[in-house]
Ligand binder design. Structure first.
Ligand code: 13P
Length: 257
């Protein structure tokens, strides 16, 4: 990856870990990481909503350098939306990042590009940073539609997002067929598609595209992270399964060693 972009490795815990488990995982993770690890890589954990307050308290109390992310939000700031969580609620918990448009939200919960766009704007409006997820299905890949799909997802999600906001953006390229399957994209394929995403960002934001970080996600493990990170367009990882265990996640973060 380019020198100017600090790698960002985020753990997306999905619907795993109670708040009690989450505290232990973050404590064990931090115990294994050295100051030089935090200098080299921005480390973020994205627990379930029910664990955010506990992890915020742990991070603040022990002055940990771990960043806090949420996995979702609703795009209105308040109101009659039973069961939803708003941007202001997350911002008050010192949440830094919010994952938006994860393929599980799109596929299981029917989130459209339009909803994703509203959520991205809600994240910015509340002073946080989006981790915008894009990626193709296996059918789309086999039909040669990967580039068109990710370009259109990026374009639609960022409608109305200005240059001044784009700097804080993180994009996660997650081929859907590689999520939780043990089947990861080859570093070459992942680099090609992240390059196309950067090119799409360039058409909208010009040279600012060179400072926007693009992660790869999909069966990232200690054994494949180094080869992915060696690629010029890959600036980090969004890690599911391998982030649940602190030892394994620490080995992903310390990929340089
Ligand atoms: P896995 O690392 O478990 O494949 O999950 C990837 C993912 O969806 C992260 O958001």
């Amino acid at each position: 990856m380019a020198e100017a972009r600090k790698p960002i490795i985020a753990g997306n815990w999905k619907m795993n870990h109670t708040h009690l488990d989450a505290i232990q995982v973050v404590q064990k993770l931090d115990y294994q990481l050295r100051p030089e690890d935090y200098r080299a890589v921005e480390v973020v954990v994205c627990p379930a909503f029910t664990a955010l307050r506990s992890i915020q308290t742990l991070i603040d109390g022990d002055k940990l350098e771990v960043g806090l992310g949420a996995q979702n939000l609703w795009y209105e700031d308040q109101g009659a939306f039973t069961g939803e969580i708003s941007g202001p609620m997350l911002a008050k918990l010192n949440v830094d990042y919010v994952i938006v448009g994860h393929s599980e939200r799109r596929q299981i919960f029917g989130e459209t590009d339009e909803v994703v766009n509203k959520k991205v704007k809600a994240v910015y409006r509340n002073g946080m940073k989006p981790i915008l997820c894009v990626g193709e299905t296996l059918e789309e890949r086999d039909a040669g539609e990967t580039e068109a799909k990710v370009r259109s997802q990026v374009k639609e999600a960022l409608k109305g997002v200005g240059q001044d906001q784009a700097e804080a953006l993180v994009v996660a390229y997650e081929p859907i067929w590689a999520i939780g399957t043990g089947r990861n994209a080859t570093p070459e394929d992942a680099d090609e598609t992240t390059g196309q995403i950067r090119d799409e960002l360039r058409t909208k934001y010009g040279d600012l595209a060179d400072s926007i970080r693009i992660q790869y996600g999909g069966s990232v493990k200690p054994g494949n992270i180094a080869d992915l990170m060696a690629k010029p367009n890959i600036d980090g990882a969004l890690v599911g399964g391998a982030s649940l265990d602190p030892d394994e996640f620490a080995r992903v973060i310390r990929y340089r060693i």
